[in-house]
Design a protein around this ligand. Structure first.
Ligand code: P5A
Length: 451
């Protein structure tokens, strides 16, 4: 992509209402634009990162056996009256009346709708287990939308819903999603710690939140230092092996890890003081097991092997890709801007032409651009006539993993400069060596994050 043909409307300064670093940087880097309180447009750079997050989430849902669908954003109030949540949900629900005076709403979540799909099409235990998910916009009329897309009113959610014949298989489904979340956040390049959680308006008896540690997180967290060293299961993990999946969950839940909402001082004091981590975190995922809470009132039944009908056992599993984008910035930035994890960076390499308009430099850049693009790199080529200082500042701000800097002086010596955004290391190399170094990084990145 040529920067002259792209659209990154950077801001010199972040608007004053932006309180946290991710919100400031997303505005400054031209990733999003606020349209109303808590409602944002996603501009090309922001959208590109969010799509990459979504894709990793999707691949790990598919791997764990979930099946993608797409439900609408607008729902009928009648479905919610069946579960009893229409009145309970209160002011957070955006209620709409259509031209026929029918009560509609903009979905804050989809437990009712997916239960309706299930009861229409599934009758027998032979069709179970089933897990349906979609990636769709949600609306919650939060009292205090803030921190940009971190706590928006309109936000993107991946929500999955599991259906099982009995309690034991339903828990196995919950554990599969738990493990798939460990893998998802690992591939997103962050450490997310599962913590015992409250179930709130979704309900149920078992729930975990996944939190990314970051100084600006909204929740205070208390967790055992063990979580820093636990292994995340590899891509080959066998989701059909219930025993294995449960043992992974046990490993990841045996040590203390809770947010302030669920914190219990008496239990915490049993953790060796040297192992106590008291930090802040951002909730990026939340999973729930609620059994027959929706299937019972909504009549979603299956016939078991004994010929008896039972309300199906369910769980629901959320990740907010729009919030994840902001959380990754909270976890990865410095004074100059964003530092993206390799797996979701909007481009791999920023190619910087230090003298656009100079025939030799333009030619060298064009040739490197072609070589890198042909080798499978996503390159953003700064071919504009901005000053070098401005180009460096932009490249640092948008946080691509590598900057490849081409100028007349280097070319005199047959060299280009390669800068690593996260370490700040710069190296002068010939073209071939620079490309080789990038190729090595590319294959290591694929091996580490490619799933
Ligand atoms: C689980 C899936 C649910 O709604 N029903 C379907 C369950 N859970 S949740 O915890 O309420 O939300 C799931 C994830 O969505 C993201 N999220 C948000 N992101 C941005 N702005 C918001 N206002 C917001 N609210 C929730 C979070 O990532 C959360 O973990």
């Amino acid at each position: 992509m040529l920067l002259s043909k792209y659209f990154i409307p950077v801001l010199k300064e972040a608007p004053r209402e932006a309180e946290i670093v991710s919100h400031k940087l997303m505005l400054r880097a031209g990733m999003i634009k606020q349209q109303s309180a808590g409602i944002y447009s996603w501009l090309p750079l922001g959208l590109k990162v969010m799509r990459k997050v979504e894709q990793i989430v999707r691949e790990e849902q598919d791997r764990a056996g979930a099946v993608e669908i797409l439900m609408p954003t607008i729902q009928s109030a009648d479905l919610w009256r069946e579960s009893g949540r229409y009145e309970d949900y209160g002011k957070e629900m955006l209620r709409i009346t259509d031209r026929h005076e029918r009560d509609m709403l903009f979905g804050p979540t989809n437990e009712e709708m997916v239960t309706d799909i299930f009861r229409t099409h599934v009758r027998s235990y032979k069709d179970l287990p089933l897990n349906l998910y979609h990636i769709q916009w949600k609306f919650r009329d939060e009292v205090r939308p803030r921190f940009g897309v971190m706590r928006g009113r309109e936000f993107l959610m991946k929500d999955a819903y599991s259906f099982d014949l009995d309690e034991a298989s339903s828990r196995a489904a919950y554990y599969r999603m738990f493990v798939s979340y460990l893998r998802t956040f690992d591939r997103l390049g962050v450490k997310a710690i599962p913590m015992r959680a409250d179930t709130g308006p979704i309900g149920g008896d078992l729930s975990h939140e996944f939190l990314i540690l970051a100084d600006t997180g909204e929740s205070e967290v208390f967790c055992h230092a063990d979580y820093m060293k636990l292994d995340v299961p590899g891509a080959g993990v066998d989701y059909d092996d219930d025993g294995l999946i449960q043992s992974i969950v046990e490993d990841w839940t045996k040590s203390y890890a809770r947010t302030d909402e669920m914190h219990e001082e008496a239990l915490w004091s049993n953790v060796d003081a040297a192992q106590q981590m008291n930090a802040r975190g951002i909730e990026v995922g939340h999973i729930f097991h609620f059994g027959q809470k929706y299937s019972e009132p909504m009549g979603a039944k299956v016939t078991g092997p004994d010929g008896k009908d039972v309300p199906v056992y369910m769980g629901s599993y959320g990740i907010g890709p729009s919030r994840v984008v902001a959380a990754l910035i909270e976890a990865g930035h410095d004074d100059n801007g964003i530092i993206w994890p390799a797996s979701v960076a909007p481009f791999d390499v920023g190619l910087i032409n230090l003298r656009s308009g100079d025939e030799r430099t333009d030619g060298a850049c064009a040739s490197l651009y072609d070589q890198l693009t042909n080798a499978g790199f996503d390159v953003l080529y700064d071919d504009t006539d901005s000053r070098a200082g401005g180009k460096f500042a932009l490249a640092d701000l948008i946080g691509l993993p590598w900057q490849l800097i081409i100028g007349p002086r280097g070319l005199d010596n047959g060299e280009v400069e390669l800068k690593n955004r996260s370490t700040g290391e710069r190296e002068s190399l010939n073209n071939e060596a620079a490309i080789n170094k990038l190729m090595t990084w590319q294959s290591e990145t694929k091996a580490r994050f490619g799933g």
